[in-house]
Design a binder for this molecule. Structure first.
Ligand code: AMP
Length: 483
């Protein structure tokens, strides 16, 4: 008998079991188990449901959707204009994809990864960023045979178990642009241009472009040694996290937000002064292309980006023109070694991600335009049971013909329906009453002049279309294939 079963038997009334056979004991144990499970299930059911999204995660409510729609439209349009094809990869990947690519010593992997083991025993994680998944898909689907550069665009949620605050969530939405197979710095310049275009097209005009080069694995090794010996000499002035970072990820000390670390970082050796010839020329050419594009940039020697896979160019787009404001709307860089590291053929690549929530916070701050959807110009009112039934079909006929219509089918009285129509500011109301339903007609009421005319239902669609055109109102889609 197992330990658990012994416990149960002990709990059972001894009198019952004194003369019990082995079979009876087993039965008693089973019954006790069932009761216990049932009790636990009932208890669970009674646990109050917390009516709150999990910490660091937010609902995107209807009133915010115009900003999201605007963001979707602008980012998708620019992706198309600059030759990116859309790719969607799973939210979940094998954990070691992130451990290997982003790096074990990074905050994103070490502290913030939502990782778990599935019921089947797979070790997986919610993606904390998109590049690793897109690079995995690039290799898996043999995209190396496609014409270079292979430009891929993706959007979706990413997850980091960080401490939430304004502009920092645990679930947030990234808009991601990647380009594989081109090592020319002209592509770096074009990616920075795309990132800036997206942000400015959203109405956020005052942005700062921050650039740096962190070199390639060859020159970075020497630079890292130099940096570590400098930081070690100042280690008593570093925060606890940075003391640890010294061993695992010394470059991260440079972008630590702690004041005392910032002071140490200010006099630290800079990577741009220790680039090998190839990286130096690459960076110089990038800056020339940015000048050519009239994109004002700041060389920020402390911009290192947190992830291991970056090489050469790194950049960020910051909001606000004032010095000191440091909200990164997006960032990225080159990752020439990543595809090979993951098992593909050596492929230079560059990418960046923008954070949708941060873009939207900034759009609101600068009072940028959000997306204005089309408003219906027509209201469909009905009166009586028969008319009510017919109006449901009529609504669908109008919709199939691309005519945007409002209704309030749940209301019975014509007066209250017309009140809704007035509130919506429509130009016409179509009225279908008992008589009209029997006659096969509809009344068209002009809401501005108050005039009314009765027309045959068969001719209604054409007539409405003509009226809308005359009024200079666009029929919002006219796609007869959709019928
Ligand atoms: P990163 O690669 O970490 O720089 O992320 C790219 C962009 O995603 C940032 O510039 C932010 O706009 C956004 N972002 C990063 N972390 C968060 C977060 N925790 N919450 C909201 N947005 C974030």
């Amino acid at each position: 008998m197992g330990k658990d079963n012994k416990k149960i038997v002990k709990k059972l009334k001894p009198a019952k079991l004194v003369k019990a056979t082995k079979k009876e004991v087993v039965k008693a144990v089973k019954t006790e188990r069932k009761t216990k499970n049932r009790k636990e299930a009932v208890k669970k059911e009674l646990e109050p449901i917390v009516l709150q999204a999990p910490r660091g995660m937010k609902d995107i409510l209807p009133e915010d959707q115009p900003y999201w729609e605007q963001t979707r439209r602008v980012t998708e349009k620019l992706a198309r204009d600059y030759g990116f094809s859309r790719i969607d990869t799973p939210l979940v990947e094998f954990s070691n994809l992130f451990n290997r690519s982003i790096g074990d010593g990074t905050d994103v992997v070490e502290k913030e990864l939502y990782s778990f083991t599935t019921k089947g025993g797979d070790k997986v994680a919610l993606r904390p960023e998109m590049t690793a998944g897109v690079a995995r898909a690039y290799i898996q689907h043999g995209m190396n045979v496609l014409g270079k550069p292979v430009k891929l665009f993706s959007t979706g949620h990413v997850y980091r178990h960080d401490r939430p605050q304004e502009g920092r969530q645990r679930e947030f939405y990234q808009i991601n642009y990647e380009a594989f197979g081109e090592q020319d710095p002209i592509l770096d310049a074009q990616m920075i241009q795309v990132a800036t275009r997206v942000v400015q097209s959203l109405g956020i005009k005052a942005v700062q472009i921050q650039v740096n080069s962190i070199g390639c694995p060859v020159c970075r090794k020497d630079y890292k040694d130099l940096l570590v010996s400098y930081l070690e000499s100042k280690s008593n002035k570093l925060c606890v996290d940075c003391k640890r970072r010294l061993d695992v990820n010394p470059l991260r000390v440079l972008d630590c937000k702690e004041d005392k670390c910032s002071q140490v970082a200010a006099s630290a050796p800079q990577s741009v002064d220790h680039l090998c010839e190839e990286c130096r020329v690459h960076f110089k050419n990038l800056l020339e292309y940015l000048d050519e594009l009239d994109l004002p940039y700041t060389i920020n020697p402390r911009l290192v980006r947190g992830l291991d896979y970056y090489t050469k160019t790194v950049f960020e787009i910051w909001s606000g023109s004032e010095e000191g404001r440091k909200s990164a709307l997006g960032g990225g860089g080159r990752y020439d070694g990543l595809v090979k590291l993951l098992g593909g053929e050596a492929t230079p690549a560059i990418g960046f991600a923008l954070g949708a929530e941060r873009l939207i916070i900034e759009m609101k701050r600068v009072q940028a335009k959000s997306y204005k959807g089309l408003k219906p110009k027509i209201f469909l009112a009905q009166l009586g049971e028969m008319a009510k039934k017919k109006s449901l079909r009529l609504f669908s006929e109008l919709e199939k013909n691309g005519i945007l219509v409002a209704e309030s089918f749940g209301r019975g009285s014509l007066k209250s329906q017309l009140r809704v129509a007035n509130r919506l500011g429509v130009e016409m109301t179509l009225i279908l009453g008992q008589k009209e339903a029997l006659d096969g007609t509809v009344i068209i009421k002009n809401m501005i002049s108050g005039e009314q005319e009765t027309v045959s239902s068969a001719k209604l669609i054409d007539l409405v279309k003509r009226k809308l055109k005359n009024d200079n109102v666009v029929v919002y889609h006219d796609n007869h294939d959709n019928h």
